[in-house]
Design a protein around this ligand. Sequence first.
Ligand SMILES: Nc1ncnc2c1ncn2[C@@H]1O[C@H](COP(=O)(O)OP(=O)(O)OP(=O)(O)O)[C@@H](O)[C@H]1O
Length: 374
Amino acid sequence: MIEASFRGRLGSFDLDVGFAVPGRGITALFGPSGCGKTTVLRAVAGLMRLPGGQLCVNGAQWQAGRRFVPPHRRAIGYVFQEASLFPHLSVEANLRFGLRRARCAPRIGMDDVVALLGIAPLFDRPAEMLSGGERQRVAIGRALLSQPDLLLMDEPLSALDRFSKDDILPYLERLHAALSIPVLYVSHDIAEVERLADTLVLMQAGRVRAAGPIADLLADPALPLIHLPEPAAVIDGKVIASDPQYGLCDVNVPGGVVVVPGDLGPPGTRCRLRIPASDVSLGRHVPLDTTILNALPARIEGAETTRDHQMTVRLRLGADGEGAALLARVSRKSWDRLGLHQGEQVVARLKAVALAESGPPSGPVPDPAENRRG
Ligand SMILES: Nc1ncnc2c1ncn2[C@@H]1O[C@H](COP(=O)(O)OP(=O)(O)OP(=O)(O)O)[C@@H](O)[C@H]1O
């Protein structure tokens, strides 16, 4: 568990945050520019001392009352927007710098990091000859080799172009799957957060507006996320079968089985589906004469009208309506014409193209399980 509470004033900015999030997985601190995300990260790292603050990370009390563990004694890896590597040193030397900073016996070794982050082809290159995305991968590797109990990432992709972002995101997903080091991840890019985060701390003007599992917060009618121009649901699932003849996989999700294009890996592989509301339509029956592969029973939990005569319908998958949260964007006219209402059992039709798989990049995933903790 990571429990944090910080209060303080920085110039005219008033910070008053508190959250308790799981001590593993990725927790995203998400909110608009200037809401205090980086300030919270700096307070967690001990780079900013806010008197009266409290911080406990998986049982280690880093701040409480008069106790304040200085930053250099907190086992933290920090990855910034811009990778601050030693430019003239090789990638290997930069990584070894991380290892030297370790304050305990290695739980994750050089080989693990190199394999996880696909660094082998870069190993002998000077850091100054890397692309932005490659630099960031090395910076993440260096942070991991310092054997952190907590990894802090402050908009690690924001300085990268779309292409480099798409290149590095699968590696972050792979780290997530292979390691148990908790990560606090600052971002104001919802697409990034939807792909990576397990838990969301939604911040607004120096306060925590909500904290909890990302799937719940994305579909919470009381929060602004559902009113974004492109709301989406994220659903974590597990591959149960693949059909190479058609290039499809069956993914078991709470409340149903979704057919997903692509090879997501052998049965048991975990994956995340991102399903934009605009790619989900509703009906009363399973359609027989359609190209749509996914028609799943779901129950309507509620619906919000948006300004443009559209409705965002909140659903739960499954015949009993107890499964994963799903959103559908339908016109107000079709809502009225079908006479849909809260509590009704419907069939949610998912366009196959809407299913965004976020599995690890190809290649063997090392198993640093022996080094793993938590
Ligand atoms: N040392 C400081 N002195 C005065 N004001 C500060 C200081 N540090 C941060 N602030 C102010 O605190 C507020 C929060 O800043 P912070 O960088 O934490 O926001 P953020 O959510 O990370 O923003 P962004 O997404 O733009 O990086 C801002 O209004 C900023 O100007």
